[in-house]
Write a new protein. Sequence first.
Length: 195
Amino acid sequence: MSERTPSTRSAETPASLRAGDLELVDRFRRFGDRQAFDSLVERHQGWVRGACARILRSDDLAQDATQDVFARALAHLDSWRGDNLPGWLKAIAVNCSLTIIDREKRWAPLEQAPETFDASPDPERLLVTARETETARALIARLPDKQRLVFVLKYVDGCSYDEIERMTGFTGKEVKSFLQNARRNFGNWWKTNNQ
C-alpha cells in the first residue's frame, strides 16, 4: 500500500506555518538576526509575489508590492502575534496591492500576471486545459475591480469569507454581494463563450 501525500497549496498561500518559520522569527526578534529574516523572505516570496500578481495583474507592480510586503513585515514583525505567518503575510500582500492600485489608478492587463512564482505546480490547475485557462483569465479580467478582487481571493487563492473581509476591509455583506455578482457575470460570459 503506497503512502499518500496530502495535497498542499504551497505554491499559493500555505495553510499553516512552515517548519522553522517560528524559529526564524524568534531569532530575528531576539537577536536582530537579519539572515533569519532573509530566510523568511526566501521561503515566502514566491507565493507572495504570485498573490500580488493575481490582484495587480502586472509582473512589475507585483514585484513592487512584494518588496513593500516584506518591508512592512520587517517593520512590524515584533507586533506579529505568533499565529499563522502566511496568513499575516497574505493580508499584508492584499493591502500593499490595494495601495498600489490606488496609487496607479489603473489595472494592468491580466495576461502579464504569472500563474505563480513558485516552482511547484498546483495539481488542480494542471487539469484545466490551456484554452480554458486563457478563457477564464480573460473573463476574470472583465470583472469590475471589487468583484475581480474577491473572486480571485475566493476561487484562485482559496480564502474564506472571513479572510477576505479582513484582507479587503469589505463587510461580510459586501463580500457576498461582490462574489454573487462576479459568479453571475463570470458564469454568463463563460456560457456565451462556450456555445
